[in-house]
Design a protein around this ligand. Structure first.
Ligand code: CP
Ligand code: NVA
Length: 302
């Protein structure tokens, strides 16, 4: 049984095929609609955290492909509380053809995948956000026409999005520089894992050094879901890592600015940059739909 839990589970060749599939499905949709290749198939969507993009784009993707999706919010199934994860996985497998889950612990995704007899898709965990990173590569590919050799700087908190961007960058030959303050960097284990995947990775605490000459600057919230109690402390630490016009000026002239959203305008990104000529943030958000269609077709149509 194939799942989409981490990009590193998928080879570079598979990720290339997935990208081509996403480009194809987007074109097909723009030319009048997708064929109903997932006709009659249902996706269960488990959310232990809030969501706008992930929830809506998966639901719309299933509809466009002829199937349907069911939203299961934090109060509905009590994953691992009202009912054990192995039981939830086996019960859902009797009703639906795929499970998408947004959870806290990555291990909960692993357990779902272990016990489900249908594919499981990672819709974000504390550790990773592979659907986001894959959609971001689609956006960069559309913008630049190729991915290999692009230079990306991630500025801010090294979080779930950073880690999955690193995996995606490794698979597509993108060079990654990460600028994060001490205490908010990827773990030594994550860094070793990304370098083992072949990622050209530079780590620094200096955002200005990181963005010098890059093709893309990427940032995300300073406080991820589940870390709300640390928000005040983080607000004191992260201001030097704000993506603003001064920072953008140090990158290549053609630089694009990316953010997975939701944005905390005035914190990790300023309004002028988020809404400015370099910003790809809404194209990124839109591409979640097309990227995830490719994942769904690949996993659910067999
Ligand atoms: N980027 C992203 O995953 O957004 P949501 O949290 O709204 O799903
Ligand atoms: N790092 C953020 C991403 C939200 C899509 C979080 O986990 O809250």
């Amino acid at each position: 049984m194939r799942h989409f839990l981490n990009i590193s589970d998928w080879s570079a060749l598979e990720m290339e095929a997935l990208l081509n599939q996403a480009v194809y499905l987007k074109l097909e949709w723009q030319n009048g609609g997708n064929r109903p290749v997932l006709g009659g198939k249902i996706l269960a969507m488990i959310f232990q955290k809030p969501s706008l993009r992930t929830r809506v784009s998966f639901q719309v993707a299933m509809k466009h492909l002829g199937g349907d999706a069911i939203y299961l919010g934090p109060d509905e199934i009590g994953l691992g509380k009202r009912e054990s994860i192995p039981d939830v996985a086996r019960v859902l497998s009797g009703y639906v053809q795929g499970i998408m889950a947004r959870v806290f612990a990555q291990d909960h995704l692993m357990q779902l995948a272990q016990w489900a007899s249908v594919p499981v898709i990672n819709g974000l965990s504390d550790d990773s956000h592979p659907c986001q990173a894959f959609a971001d590569m689609l956006t960069l590919y559309e913008h630049f026409g190729a991915l290999r050799g692009l230079k990306m700087a991630y500025v801010g908190d090294s979080n779930n999005v950073t880690f999955s961007l690193g995996e995606a960058a490794a698979r597509y030959g993108v060079e990654l520089r990460i600028a994060s303050p001490q205490g908010y960097q990827l773990s030594a284990e994550q860094v070793a894992h990304l370098r083992n995947m072949g990622l050209a990775l530079t780590l620094t605490e200096d955002p200005r050094a990181a963005v010098e000459g890059v093709d893309c600057i990427y940032t995300d919230t300073w406080t991820s879901m589940g870390q709300e109690a640390e928000a005040e402390v983080r607000r004191q630490i992260f201001p030097p890592y704000q993506v603003n016009a001064d920072l953008v000026r140090l990158a290549a002239k053609h630089v694009v600015v990316m953010h997975c959203l939701p944005a905390h305008r005035g914190e990790e990104i300023t309004d002028d940059v988020a809404d400015g000529a370099h910003s790809l943030i809404f194209q990124q958000a839109a591409n979640r739909l097309h990227a995830q269609k490719a994942i769904l077709v690949r996993l659910l149509s067999h």
